[in-house]
Ligand binder design. Structure first.
Ligand code: AMP
Ligand code: ZN
Length: 462
């Protein structure tokens, strides 16, 4: 087995991956289901998918859990603002659980379209309130909590090593004025349990030893990951926005509880940006997969685009770069279809290329280098087709571009295009080539490419 090297946010180093047990235990922070997931969110799940596929390629078994946040995520990642779920329920005049179910189903459809493998378990926050209350009780017993008028808080000062993931300058952070932090003892303290201000007003609230309320957002990930993967597990993933607050707090409450290391490898994906700004649900104006489909792109074009940039680099999204990815992906599809049709004898270069590929992907998931290898294989005309195709299909266990199912697509040519094609043929017969070329341009602008071959006219989608 070749070595997988991963960049660990905890140590700020690329490290050789060594699993704790036979099966790799992996947890990813999942969606807050109050709205559609945007393509920025999807970049995070493509990263988790890529990592999981890479481990599987390297013959590891992977147990993967993703949480579904359907309560407790406030509009501010700190402990203020409205609950995103309650706000959406009010906006849409529906029950919070119906909102959660609806947006989760939509999210699942997007994952399928993006060819993202399903996790072993979807863990819903509202289905694990009991476990979350238990966790707070244990922390209380160990003396890590205190009560304010609006909830039970974690005393971050009592946990040695608070902020180690984000390398926070705690002294500076805690120097905040008292007014800013309300009843909290320290600026970095966070809510484990929030009280309902007017019990009966919220849709989602539960009884607890401290009063009616709901769990703090960070708590669910500790409670559910430890329930399904154990107190100490291998990998935790999420977007880079989670490093300084959410994951920092997960580590604090989990390690305070067990007195042991929580997670070995923290893997964070950089943001998808829009004109230099973070793409976020709260600021709006974002693309979803359906938006892109309406513009004529396929989810695979987006997947290809994500793999052109290292996951640790922020990626400035634009339709122009998506166009480039679409062209490359469609070219790939064309080459694969040709390969499936033609047979020829040649050399077997499987071993060399596979080594090159695995060295790229195992080097902290270097997908852009792996894509270079993919094209090198395609363009090696001496490489026997059957073996070549088999190797490309193997690479696709990681890429997930759907190489196995790529086939010639019968395209429906709209009536208007058919009419223009006939007109063009007539002009060509009359040797009016300049006019025929103008029509070809018009057809091109309408999304179809016309080529004249020995077999006749070939029409393809652009
Ligand atoms: P949320 O649904 O807001 O809780 O976010 C779900 C996941 O998407 C989390 O892992 C976030 O860190 C991640 N995320 C949010 N915005 C972006 C973005 N613009 N680019 C990449 N990942 C993001
Ligand atoms: Zn989380």
């Amino acid at each position: 087995m070749s070595k997988v090297n991963l960049y660990n946010t905890l140590t700020r180093k690329k490290e050789q991956f060594k699993p704790i047990g036979k099966e790799v235990k992996m947890y990813s922070c999942g969606p807050t289901v109050y709205s559609y997931q945007h393509i920025g969110n999807l970049r995070s799940y493509v990263l988790a998918d890529l990592l999981k596929r890479t481990l599987i390629y390297n013959e590891y078994k992977v147990k993967h859990v993703i949480n579904v946040t359907d309560v407790g995520h406030l509009t501010s990642d700190a402990d203020s603002g409205e609950d995103k779920m309650e706000k959406a329920a009010e906006r849409e005049g529906k029950k919070a659980e119906d909102i959660a179910r609806f947006y989760f189903k939509e999210f699942e459809k997007d994952l399928k379209k993006m060819n993202i493998l399903s996790p072993w378990k979807w863990a819903w926050a509202t289905k694990h309130v009991k476990e979350q209350i238990e966790l707070v009780k244990k922390l209380e017993k160990k003396g890590f909590t205190y009560k304010t008028r609006d909830g039970i808080y974690f005393d971050s000062k009592k946990f040695k090593g608070y902020g180690k993931l984000a390398k926070l300058n705690i002294k500076e952070l805690r120097a905040g004025k008292r007014v800013e932090i309300g009843e909290k003892k320290n600026k970095t303290d966070f809510a484990l349990w929030k009280f309902s201000s007017n019990p009966g007003e919220r849709q989602q609230e539960w009884k607890s030893p401290w009063g009616i309320g709901f769990p703090g957002w960070h708590l669910e990930c500790s409670a559910m990951s430890m329930k399904y993967l154990g107190n100490h597990f291998d990998i935790h993933t999420g977007g880079e926005d989670h490093i300084s607050v959410h994951h920092t707090n997960e580590i604090a409450q989990s390690e305070a509880l067990t007195g042991k290391k929580f997670v070995n490898y923290w893997i964070h994906g950089a943001f998808l940006m829009n004109k230099g700004k973070k793409i976020s649900k709260s600021t709006g104006g974002l693309y979803t997969i359906s938006d892109l489909e309406k513009e004529g792109y396929s989810p695979m074009h987006l997947r290809y685009l994500f793999f052109l940039t290292n996951y640790r680099k922020q990626l400035n999204f634009s339709l122009d770069i998506l166009d480039a990815a679409r062209n490359a992906y469609e070219r790939l599809k064309k080459k694969i279809v040709e390969l499936k049709k033609e047979r020829h004898k040649g050399t077997d270069r499987t071993k060399d290329y596979e080594n090159e590929f695995i060295n790229a992907i195992n080097d902290n998931l270097n997908t852009s280098r792996a894509i270079d290898v993919l094209w090198k294989v395609i363009n090696d005309f001496d490489f026997e087709h059957g073996k070549k195709l088999k190797l490309l299909e193997k690479f696709d266990c990681i890429f997930g571009f759907g190489i196995k199912n790529m086939k010639e697509e019968k395209i429906g040519v709209p009536a208007e295009i058919k009419r223009l094609l006939e007109e063009r043929e007539r002009l060509r017969k009359e040797k009016k080539f300049a006019e025929a070329d103008i029509l070809r341009e018009r057809i091109f602008e309408m999304g179809f490419k016309v080529e004249d071959s020995e077999k006749g006219v070939i029409v393809e989608k652009n």
